[in-house]
Design a protein around this ligand. Structure first.
Ligand SMILES: [Zn+2]
Length: 85
């Protein structure tokens, strides 16, 4: 699966930031914490993640077919843009 690469400004306009659950081993000790907007579990994310979008945990992301589909379409679209240049 292609992952779209966006600027920080674009990232701030995203609907969600997918985060990992707080008990996920992380090599960083300065992670910020938040709560999943769907299931409410504690999640961690890096300080440079966009601030405005809602947090969504990885579990809720993979369990949500609509989001997965939107993400895949977005990734495909971004991929096409890139190839045209
Ligand atoms: Zn969740």
């Amino acid at each position: 699966m292609k992952i779209p690469i966006v600027s920080d400004e674009e990232a701030e306009t995203a609907d969600y930031v997918v985060c990992v659950p707080a008990d996920t081993p992380s090599p960083f000790d300065d992670n910020l914490t938040g709560f999943c907007c769907e299931c409410g579990i504690k999640v961690i994310y890096r300080w440079h993640a966009p601030r405005k979008p809602k947090r969504l945990c990885m579990d809720c992301f993979v369990k949500n077919p609509d989001l997965l589909l939107r993400f895949t379409k977005l990734a495909a679209k971004k991929g096409d843009d890139r190839e045209e240049r």
